[in-house]
Design a protein around this ligand. Sequence first.
Ligand code: ADP
Ligand code: MG
Length: 341
Amino acid sequence: MSILKLPPQLANQIAAGEVVERPASVIKELVENSLDAGASQVDIEIEKGGSKLIRIRDNGSGIEKADLTLALSRHATSKLSSLDDLDAILSFGFRGEALASISSVSRLTLTSNTLEQNQAWKAQTEGIEMAVKVLPAAHPVGTSIEVVDLFFNTPARRRFLKSDKTEFTHIDEWLKRIVLARKNVHFTLKHNGKMVRNYRSANSQTQYLQRLGQVCGKVFAETALHIDCEHSDLKLNGYLQSPEIHSNHADIQYFYVNGRLIRDRLVNHAVRQAFNELNLTINPSYVLMLTIDPYQVDVNVHPAKHEVRFHQSRYVHDYLLQALQSALIQIHSNAIKADDA
Ligand code: ADP
Ligand code: MG
């Protein structure tokens, strides 16, 4: 038996298997890159649920011509230089895999310009060696990435794509999660040439409540209790559905750690327990943001980064439970006072 080194394209396609499942996962990776680059405007355009075209344009810092080739190659990142950095990572990215993976399973064009350059450049990869070709282009400061014919060369993956409508729904749901966490960024989404979402930047509480209404429905935005509490190095803020309101808007359960949406059993448990202890048996609805010292949380648990590990999980659990309980008690007693009046 002889051992062969995989050609780059194949190695990247295998890596893509972990993070690039469908158009929504491509959009997640690309938009996170835009946000890591400090963009205040992110425009997303898709055709046919993203399977035909995904185009993301941002006004972030851009990529230097000399770095375009690296940006498209695997394990190349500007966000991390040592294992120590990973202990306190605040950017979404750090694996340096997304662009390489996506470009191995689609026709990808990366166009970018920076303040220091007097013109833009675009880059594309070619063939199984994934050689990068760089050409002059026109683009303001920032980056556009175009992903055409996703999975055209990986038919097994392509077959797993659902209808355009279903793929669109996945994209829409993901976008809702990110727009709640990045209120100062203006996001738009166009589908088949038509603007379908427009989340203007929310620089005040009133504007944020509008955004909350766009995502979670008017009832939630109008009735949710605002939580804002701090205890030594932990901060929790966000919105909690008043238990008296029976909204039919299911599944408003968004929990962020340092701006990253996560799913976590410990967090779910704390929220449920807070409701249960007050004999509130309804399904809780919430949008909550936990701010924690990045050294206290490990985000490198899974390539898709939906999971985290808290170093002091008991402490975080108990803090959440307490914070939510006291918030709920307060809503409850306000409701009773209102009834008495
Ligand atoms: P990661 O985000 O893990 O670093 P990616 O493959 O997603 O890896 O991106 C590789 C590199 O390309 C990033 O580290 C960044 O330097 C650069 N990059 C990608 N997208 C953008 C963007 N929209 N704006 C500026 N730089 C970008
Ligand atoms: Mg990235």
